[in-house]
Design a protein around this ligand. Structure first.
Ligand SMILES: [Zn+2]
Length: 341
């Protein structure tokens, strides 16, 4: 179908996808920090962050572990609630330009207050106030543990998450190096978050294979999986995901940038979708992966011939899987329906 599309038709489709309202469920707040913003904050604090940028000023790393290290160094200048207030505004303003209307962002008690509950709440208040200053886009927080910081730290994150559970902090998750220990080692943190009424997601099957996805679902009781794309290598798991209605937070641009797949056309999102798995699309860490929500949509439409209707289905899946309250969901639904592509 894409072959037969004229350049004009393709350009019109790209315009329609750019204008379309979008819902994003897998997004790390520091990972969305525009490089200029990080340089500005670092300069104010007289910190040298030049080693994390290339000659053009973009984030510079080679491979996943170096990406994690650059990510952590990029977050170093962000050391106060006020910094996160400014970060939130910068991030939401960029996303709003791409017509993103709702974001669930991972925020870590490790970086925001060093696991101190009252400090964590101050950071959250600052983030919430920052979000309120950017109308037209709603933000919710998924408190997140960092897997390679270990189970004890994950439990501390879960305690912070418990203490802040409500209409703004709506979920608990885990990210980081999934080759570090096993999902079972982090089960206690998820149990604690579940008890506080938080909705659960976790990174698995980005690098660790289909086995990691199975173990994560079993050990954590999660209803969404961050990435989960390597499930494709286990047909029985794919059937299970489809039957159980477990949602994958798929980030194609991130997977390509980090070398999980060579290009979008080789990405399994199409096959997962055809198999009946509920997939959604997100950017993960947009400036690190030179992407944004409009680019994700247009790249997918170029690779698989997806039309506006396909992206409406994706938005619908994301709307249903969002961890927000029902009033917010109804408001988002109305905004999606108001759009007439
Ligand atoms: Zn992620």
């Amino acid at each position: 179908m894409t072959e037969r599309m004229s350049e004009e038709q393709r350009a019109a489709l790209h315009d329609a996808l750019a204008a379309m309202p979008k819902i994003e469920l897998h997004h790390h707040i520091e990972g969305a920090a525009p490089p200029d913003f990080v340089r500005r904050i670092a300069a104010e604090k007289r910190l040298d962050v030049s080693s994390i940028f290339d000659a053009k000023g973009a984030y510079d790393y080679d491979g996943f572990l170096e990406f994690l290290s650059v990510y952590e160094r990029a977050t170093k200048p962000l050391s106060s609630p006020d910094d996160y207030n400014r970060l939130t505004r910068a991030v939401l303003e960029e996303a709003r330009e791409k017509n993103v209307i709702y974001i669930e962002s991972f925020v870590s008690p490790a970086f925001c207050g060093g696991y101190d509950v009252s400090a964590w709440k101050e950071y959250l208040d600052a983030i919430r106030e920052g979000a309120a200053e950017v109308p037209g886009i709603a933000l919710r927080v998924i408190a997140t543990a960092v897997r390679h910081f270990g189970p004890e730290a994950a439990t501390k994150s879960a305690i912070c998450a418990q203490e802040s559970a409500g209409d703004f902090t709506v979920g608990f998750g885990i990210g980081g190096d999934e080759n570090h220990m096993t999902p079972r080692d982090f089960a206690y943190a998820f149990d604690a978050a579940r008890e506080a009424g938080l909705r659960l997601t976790g990174h698995a099957g980005e690098w660790g294979g289909a086995k990691e996805v199975r173990e994560a679902i079993e050990a954590w009781g999660i209803e969404r999986v961050g990435h989960g794309v390597q499930s494709i290598d286990d047909p029985a798991l794919v059937d299970y995901l489809a039957a159980a209605g477990i949602v994958l937070e798929v980030c194609p641009g991130s997977n390509v940038a980090l070398g999980v797949y060579p290009d979008v056309a080789s990405h399994p999102i199409e096959k997962l979708r055809e198999a009946g798995v509920r997939v959604t699309v997100s950017t993960d860490d947009p400036p690190f992966f030179h992407t944004d929500m409009t680019k994700e949509f247009t790249d997918l439409s170029d690779a698989f011939g997806w039309t506006v209707e396909d992206f409406e289905d994706l938005n619908q899946a994301a709307l249903e899987a969002a961890f927000c309250d029902e009033t917010t969901r109804a408001r988002l639904k109305e905004r999606l329906e108001r759009y007439d592509g």
